[in-house]
Write a protein that binds this ligand. Structure first.
Ligand code: GDD
Ligand code: MN
Length: 368
């Protein structure tokens, strides 16, 4: 009996995301974007780049933005530094002196209060003529045609935000992370083609400035990427991840703590954003609600079915010495030798730990 219950939990836990994946892939991924694009659209852009102790990367990052194949006089860069102790702002100033044909401003915060706080500080500096604001990170690298492609999507007034596919680069080991990303990116792009995706990437998030002016960034963590993207979608705009916009990010620091933090912020998005949109009075009903409900389930509740299934099997084995339970647990352990299965389980662990950890810290400030 208990084994059947455990099996039912496991079937829903694995079956539902798989079914959704195949559905989204078959029904939505191949769809055209359904956008009305204007090739002559050349808006002014502000790129916001927050830094905390980025002396090692900041020059490469500025060079990478400088190399964009987009009219330089239409780009403004606002670097916002939060009291770095490694001289990051000095490097930015020196770089700016050597590139007088490029509009780079540096804003310094006297005290570090986290990335979200820094972004809000930077937003006050955005010139009013900018139609598009792009948030990025010091460790995100764009191809030369990235700005051009993004502007292409945003030339349709129904598009409110655009994010890209993140691709992790590492000098040593091949990364599990990219296995997970390939599953993830298929869903993101498929949902975007349908209407909008609730998950957005901080290394590149382009938004229509007028929407930012209307609401600002939400005040809870995670709002620098996914939560603002979701808010845009709740406002009735397409919030999309474009499949031809790639961002390369070097792997740095501990992947474990980083993934837990990402999970925490993603969960805050799912727990807060819909209510937040309604409280601002900007919520509009759309086909995004269906996508939201599915992703909400997948992130907030579905991981717990795995826990439940495992616990029930353990109980059945410990209390009743059930051989079937032992066999089912063994099957699970054997499957862990498969990379994709392992990656999935790890992601579930991040979401479980993230939900619990959110109860006492929101991880507003972090080390690399
Ligand atoms: N100004 C400022 N102040 N910048 C900060 C601070 C801060 O307190 N903390 C971090 N940053 C900057 C970093 O210097 C970097 O440019 C960017 O924010 C992202 O930080 P990383 O250290 O690279 O973190 P990550 O790659 O794990 O961050 C990912 O998750 C975050 C949410 O948890 C990315 O997707 C981020 O975009 C996302 O915000
Ligand atoms: Mn990073």
């Amino acid at each position: 009996m208990l084994e059947l219950l455990a099996l039912a939990f496991a079937i829903v836990h694995f079956g539902f995301p798989l079914a959704y994946y195949w559905y989204a892939k078959a029904k939505w991924l191949r769809k055209p974007w359904n956008l009305r694009l204007d090739e002559d659209y050349r808006p002014r852009i502000t790129v916001i780049l927050p830094t905390y102790n980025e002396a090692g990367l900041i020059m490469d990052r500025l060079n990478n933005i400088y190399a964009q194949d987009y009219p330089r006089d239409l780009i403004e860069v606002v670097v916002v530094d939060s009291a770095s102790s490694d001289g990051t702002p000095l490097i930015v100033e020196e770089w700016a002196r050597k590139h007088l044909d490029f509009n780079v401003k540096i804003v310094r915060e006297a005290v570090r209060r986290g990335k979200l706080h820094a972004l809000n500080t930077a937003l006050k500096q955005v010139r009013p003529e900018s139609e598009i604001v792009i948030f990025t990170d010091a460790d995100a690298f764009w191809d030369e045609d990235t700005l051009g492609k993004i502007v292409g999507y945003l030339s349709d007034p129904e598009v409110g935000s655009v994010t890209g596919n993140i691709f992790y680069v590492s000098t040593d080991v091949p990364l599990n992370e990219n296995v997970y990303r390939s599953y993830y990116n298929v869903l993101r792009v498929a949902e975007s083609k349908k209407f909008a995706t609730p998950i957005h990437n901080g290394p590149l998030l382009a938004v229509r400035a007028k929407l930012l002016q209307q609401t600002g960034l939400p005040s809870y963590p995670g709002s620098d990427d996914s939560s603002f993207g979701s808010l845009v979608a709740f406002m009735g705009y397409r919030a999309i991840q474009a499949d031809n916009v790639l961002v390369k990010e070097p792997v740095r620091g501990s992947q474990f703590t980083r993934k837990i933090r990402r999970a925490q912020h993603l969960l805050l998005n799912f727990l807060e954003t819909k209510r937040y949109a309604k409280s601002l009075g900007v919520y509009v009903k759309s086909s995004f609600d269906k996508i939201w409900r599915i992703e909400w389930w997948l992130h907030v509740l579905n991981p717990w079915l795995l826990v439940a299934s495992f616990l029930v099997l353990m109980i059945s084995f410990m209390l009743y010495r059930s051989v079937v339970a032992l066999m089912l647990i063994s099957v699970g352990l054997v499957l862990l030798t498969l990379k994709s299965f392992r990656t999935w389980i790890l992601q579930q662990i991040y979401l479980i730990v993230g939900l619990v950890r959110n109860l006492w810290t929101k991880d507003i400030m972090w080390n690399k």
